[in-house]
Design a binder for this molecule. Structure first.
Ligand code: SF4
Length: 361
């Protein structure tokens, strides 16, 4: 990988606190002395202000199926140009992108790309959307917002894949630029968030309520079930009751399987039966669109009409089979509306994963 010199993009969500500067972007509220970096490594105190040190630089670009974000009710079957930068404001011991999210040296940032360059690449590659993923766009929000603005000018949508750990004002600003979000609800106990992620649960719940109740951002939720840590019936029951009560029955929920990774190699992979059990609990609690992920389970990945049970979107992995939706995202059999962003026919990207080097293209 090529090492790239630090940039210093100005930011606004901070204030001076005596001889320190407090970053107000996320609930960590890092209080930095001149020259120090925040917990995320990519926001730093420079010359009396907080700057973003990774603006315009990426850890790599890849065209993926949008279902991989995962989003099952947002332009199904289409491709999304995905990228991330470096750094993260959480410290999850099970992180699946730790080489990017915990890169202190930022030496994984090989590709330089202006917002306009990314929007043009997405158009050239025929991608319907651009996703901020691999690491959390909260920590590089100024870059993500500028990319989203350039994309909107070309009719390309944008997707934030995020832990939702963000303070109220930056949250408003970031999501005003987005069309869809997948929020990781990592567990439903404060204990898990504190011990396993170095964060807190409540701000994430507030982000979910904000997105669903106060914005037009299409929102889906993902929970990675980790054996012995967040997969009891009681926790899944409490979480899905909360979603039904606070967000309503129409927010799609994805239960995905854990695979041993980074600092958590001692845990076994999640058995498919755990995902099916969680899905059954969520449905019993009234959630209408509940999916399984990271396992082979065509039934748990297909979308069926909540009214008549007809298959609306058949999925085998990331491949779309039967398409039972008609105009306006309505069930072809009974006419009930399936919530989400749909076109008359699905995309045909399939399960391909295409790495892209913008600098050279
Ligand atoms: S965004 Fe980064 S620097 Fe700012 S409070 Fe969060 S972890 Fe700290």
């Amino acid at each position: 990988m090529t090492s790239v010199a630090e940039s210093a993009h100005p930011t606004v969500h901070w204030h001076a606190e005596g001889d320190r500067i407090q970053c107000d972007v996320c609930p960590r509220y890092c209080r930095l002395k001149e020259g120090q970096e925040g917990h995320c490594f990519v926001r730093a105190a420079r010359e009396g202000a907080i700057v973003l040190t990774t603006y315009g630089r990426s850890s790599g670009f890849c065209v993926d199926p949008v279902e991989k974000k995962p989003l099952n009710h947002f332009l199904p079957g289409t491709s999304v140009l995905s990228f991330g930068t470096a750094g993260c404001n959480l410290a999850c011991r099970f992180c699946q992108n730790w080489d990017i999210s915990k890169s202190r040296e930022i030496d994984t940032l090989a590709d330089q790309a202006s917002p306009e360059r990314i929007a043009r690449a997405a158009a050239d590659l025929d991608c319907r959307s651009v996703a901020f993923t691999y690491n959390d766009p909260v920590v590089f929000m100024e870059y993500a917002i500028d990319v989203a603005t350039a994309c909107r000018a070309r009719g390309i949508r944008t997707v934030a894949v995020t832990a939702g750990y963000v303070s109220p004002r930056p949250r408003e600003e970031l999501f005003a630029a987005m069309d869809a979000a997948n929020v990781d609800l990592k567990a439903f106990t404060e204990d898990f968030y504190a011990k396993t992620c170095g964060a807190h649960l409540q701000p994430v719940l507030e982000t979910l309520e904000y997105l669903v109740k106060e914005t037009k951002v299409w929102t889906e939720i993902t929970t990675l079930l980790i054996p012995g840590l967040n997969d009891t019936d009681a926790e899944v029951d409490a979480m899905t009751r909360w979603i039904a009560e606070h967000l309503g029955p129409d927010v799609p929920l994805h239960f995905t399987a854990f695979h041993p990774d980074w600092k958590m190699r001692e845990r076994p992979a999640t058995p498919p039966s755990t995902l099916k059990r969680a899905r059954a609990i969520a449905k019993k609690n009234g959630l209408r669109w509940v999916y399984t992920g990271n396992v082979y389970d065509p039934e748990g990945q297909s979308t069926t009409c909540a009214e008549c049970g007809e298959i609306l979107i058949e999925r085998d992995g990331y491949e779309i089979g039967t398409w039972g939706l008609r105009a306006g995202g309505r069930c072809g059999a009974c006419g009930a509306r399936c919530p989400g962003t749909f076109e008359e026919s699905p995309g045909s990207w399939g399960s391909r994963r295409l790495p892209v080097h913008l600098a050279a293209s």
